[in-house]
Design a protein around this ligand. Sequence first.
Ligand SMILES: Nc1ncnc2c1ncn2[C@@H]1O[C@H](COP(=O)(O)OP(=O)(O)O)[C@@H](O)[C@H]1O
Ligand SMILES: [Mg+2]
Length: 472
Amino acid sequence: MELNKPDIKPTQSLGYLVFDMNQIKKIQLKIGSDLELQDNHKQLSFSFRDQIIVKNIKETFNNSGIYKISKNDIVKIGRNPMNNNLILENEILVSKSHCAIWPIQFEENSAPLIYLKDTSLNGVYVNDQLVGKNEIVLLEDGDTIEIKLVIKFVLRYRTYFKNLIESQSNVIDIQPVSSKWNISNRLVGCGTFGSVFIAKNIDKMSLTKTCAVKVIKASNMEVQIREAELLSSLNHPNIIKIFECHYENGKIYLFEELICGGDLFSYLARGEHLKALSEPDCAIIMYQILQAVGYLHSNGIVHRDLKLDNILLTSPESLSKIVLTDFGTAFKYDDRYKRMKTVVGTCEYTAPEVGLLNSSDNYGAPNSQTGYTSKCDMWSIGVILHIILSGISPFYMDGEERNIIKASRNCHLDFGKRQWKKVSLDAQDLIKHLLVLDQVQRFDCEDCLNHSWLDYYRELLDMIYRSKILRN
Ligand SMILES: Nc1ncnc2c1ncn2[C@@H]1O[C@H](COP(=O)(O)OP(=O)(O)O)[C@@H](O)[C@H]1O
Ligand SMILES: [Mg+2]
């Protein structure tokens, strides 16, 4: 018998909103996306006193008042019929977009984190506590969510996940004594160097109530001390902020802001495949990555591990703010023109000049002693742009490291596949300037921002960045 085998399928819901119907006079519930609404007029109107009258309803919301929370779904609640899933007709008490609830699941079988964002004037209350405009809270099983005098419902995690969360209560064996944060058993994600958990502020009155803490084993001490020191010296809206760092119990605890929309990998992942995004969506993501990486490079810092997993979103939807994280392999060079020689990164995204240099098997490439520069980040950005536009990783092949490195070394780009049919030649051209073997020829951040593909959207991008994204 296999232990820990989940009783869930990817298509099943992650949790439920269970409604207390007695307080509501009239609700409209829209099923599915805006597109479905326009096509099929599936907007539902039902009123009830003690009993719910439901017309033409899919299984999303059944007679017992349960609304399923599914992966990659964002439940929007408010007055505006066009962009909400749950429409509450109350001019006075309900805002056009009142609040949103979404789950983030790091891996297929890991317990989701279900967040609520308050976007209202009158407020949303969780367990009778006001969330506050533009604040995001992590919801726990059994939490009561309320728009006063309008609607009240309870969040339930799927039983499997509820049990999983409870069974993980000893995940963090030792808490750092000197910290003002209490580390919880809620896992946010994990990677090569550490595991990231939710931590709660011991001081209930503090403005920052929750944060993310990256816990790193002592064996990687050097790496993480560097990460902490580097991050403390940075200040950019698209780069993760660090609150505190502790060295205790043979571990390093890096307390940083919690980014609640998951990473770009989980945003794109659809089972075995990655979803492609529209060109404007890609442009706004690229624009932000370039702002952040341009800032790093102008401060003499190379990230060296840019990839989908290290790019976070503040909410899992288009026009989200992007935040770069994971500075574990980042490097500050004193002399801008000094070359680096350490092999780092994730081979799918790593520029050929980085991975091949010190490798004993150089996969047929000419061995060079020239090292690499900050341009290695631009190669990774090229891979990222290729993926978000098409859903295809350019050099992934069969996933074997050896073949990935060979393919990057060949640098053959195939825009003939059907996934590229809808992608503009301009966008493809930018990729061709990033995935270039010659570091000197390879575009830098400024070249990218001036390239015709981004230049086309430039005014719009500047405007969205200033008026929406930086306010998030
Ligand atoms: N501050 C954060 N807020 C939200 N999620 C995070 C945060 N930091 C990391 N994560 C999640 O945890 C994963 C691992 O963290 P990361 O810092 O990349 O560790 P590693 O160095 O081990 O790769 C990330 O891919 C991301 O999904
Ligand atoms: Mg990482």
